[in-house]
Design a protein around this ligand. Structure first.
Ligand code: GLP
Length: 301
């Protein structure tokens, strides 16, 4: 089970971290722990004869989680019969059976491999006409509201801090809508689309508001490439330049990280600022170098 390692009695990390973070040795272990947490929620809802409403993400980050959920279904009998899902986003326009569609992604990685009822998973429709989008988005939110909101929202994070496709500049009360994708997001996606020219410029995304209304949020981030944006989201100011930083204002959120993605957090990168440490040569060198960089002075000064 995912437990915050922040010791709230000392408040050490809290001086820097405004979001609970849990660091795993690697993304495989992390994904398994998150899958256990989701399975426990699904089962607890089953016991009460209730639906379990999950908000789901795409991208590379949740792939291990979905693989583990499929394993729990196939090997340990976890049923998804009471599960209702809403995906965060879809490129627009997008054919559902195209290789890059999030419909296809979700079907292949999860939906077609578990016993979820086909009418119970929702993924924004990439085939709408422009005129249909506004009503469709409002309806997507109404469906979520009618079910009492999202019980648990899984998120990834873009290198620019986007959540879903809520890019920099998105407002905290933004609704589900058609958005223009950032250049940085399109560059990241272009490897899947065989070049930037073929990469969609727009997408439909769940708004920040519905994400913030989820009862619980688990954000997954793996690899060194996410270390900067994780630090900014967790330790920096709340700003719409980094929509993930809005999560500092959510009361039940955890960032689940591998070692690399956590590597720039103060407690990992500069632990001497957070707690009493045993000074090793390596840490001493790191501290001196860090101080020189902070003060913008040569080491000998
Ligand atoms: C994609 C998705 C997001 C995802 C993010 C990170 O563009 N729309 O929902 O969280 O970017 O992707 P990845 O997990 O591949 O790093």
């Amino acid at each position: 089970m995912i437990k915050s390692i922040i010791d709230k009695s000392t408040g050490f990390e809290k001086r820097f971290e405004n979001i609970d973070t849990v660091v795993f040795e690697n993304s495989t272990d992390a994904s398994k722990a998150v899958a256990q947490q989701i399975a426990a929620l699904i089962k607890s809802k089953q016991e009460k004869n209730e639906s379990c409403v999950l908000g789901l993400a795409t991208g590379s980050s949740p792939k291990g989680l979905y693989a583990e959920l499929v394993r729990l279904h196939k090997e340990e009998g976890l049923s998804f019969k009471n599960v209702i899902t809403f995906n965060l986003d879809e490129y627009y326009p997008m054919e559902p059976d195209s290789v890059n569609s999030y419909v296809r992604f979700m079907k292949e990685l999860l939906m077609d491999q578990v016993d979820i009822l086909p009418e119970n998973y929702h993924i924004p429709d990439g085939l709408l006409t422009k005129e249909e989008i506004a009503d469709y988005c409002a309806d997507y939110e109404t469906k979520i509201e009618a079910l009492g909101g999202i019980d648990l929202q899984v998120l990834g994070i873009g290198a620019n801090g986007h959540i879903g496709f809520n890019e920099s500049g998105s407002l905290q009360n933004s609704k589900t809508r058609l958005v223009a994708l950032d250049h940085i997001t399109r560059v990241a996606a272009s490897k899947d689309f065989f070049g930037l020219n073929n990469t969609p410029r727009t997408a439909i995304t769940l708004g920040v508001k519905k994400i913030m209304e989820a009862k619980q949020v688990i954000l997954l981030a793996w690899g060194e490439g996410k270390a900067d944006v994780v630090k900014k989201s967790v330790e920096g100011e709340v700003t719409n330049r980094i929509p993930a930083s809005f999560l500092q204002e959510h009361n039940n959120v955890v960032f689940v990280l591998d070692k690399e993605a956590s590597s720039k957090l103060t407690r990992i990168n500069r632990p001497w600022l957070v707690e009493k440490i045993v000074w090793t040569d390596k840490l001493t060198r790191k501290a001196v170098l860090g101080l020189a960089l902070d003060l913008k002075k040569p080491i000998l000064m």
